[in-house]
Design a protein around this ligand. Structure first.
Ligand code: IDP
Ligand code: MG
Length: 139
């Protein structure tokens, strides 16, 4: 399993607020190379599958509604220690707990609408990248 790639989404709130450029700039300035990138919109079935691990949680319906309400930017990022370093760059799930300077501290409104996704393991990064991109779309 390669440890130098992670998967991210700039969630619908980031796209709606016009934060695509600022967030991608922060990501690349932090040393991540973009190896796949697109604007797309998840269907309800897509979001239910992507977040299946959370399907028993009370916020699952709200999460699916949020993630499907508009386009997202999905991307695969490359850097040594990518998963861990990207989780540090985005900050805690709840922006109220996120460290100063993190993407969620800067751009997230709440624990539900928290601006960005970041894979939580190398295994999930590979699964999530393959969910959104074909081999021909990753460089
Ligand atoms: P993560 O995105 O930091 O890995 P997870 O616990 O995997 O956080 O949750 C996935 C997503 O579900 C979060 O990013 C957020 O959008 C949403 N979420 C998590 N906890 C809550 C909650 O308590 N209320 C509403 N939405 C939540
Ligand atoms: Mg997670």
């Amino acid at each position: 399993m390669r440890t130098d790639r992670t998967f991210t989404m700039l969630k619908p709130d980031s796209v709606e607020k016009g934060h695509i450029g600022a967030i991608l700039e922060k990501i690349t300035a932090s040393g991540f190379r973009i190896v796949a990138l697109k604007l797309n919109q998840m269907t309800k079935a897509d979001a239910e599958e992507f977040y299946a691990v959370h399907n028993e949680r009370p916020f699952f319906g709200e999460l699916v509604e949020y993630m499907t309400r508009g386009p997202i930017v999905s991307a695969v990022l490359e850097k040594s220690n990518a998963v861990e370093d990207f989780r540090a760059l985005i900050g805690a799930t709840n922006p109220a707990d996120a460290a100063e300077g993190t993407i969620r501290k800067l751009y997230a409104a709440s624990i539900g609408e928290n601006a960005v996704h970041g894979s939580d393991s190398d295994e999930n990064a590979a699964i999530e990248a393959a969910f959104h991109f074909s081999g021909r779309e990753m460089f």
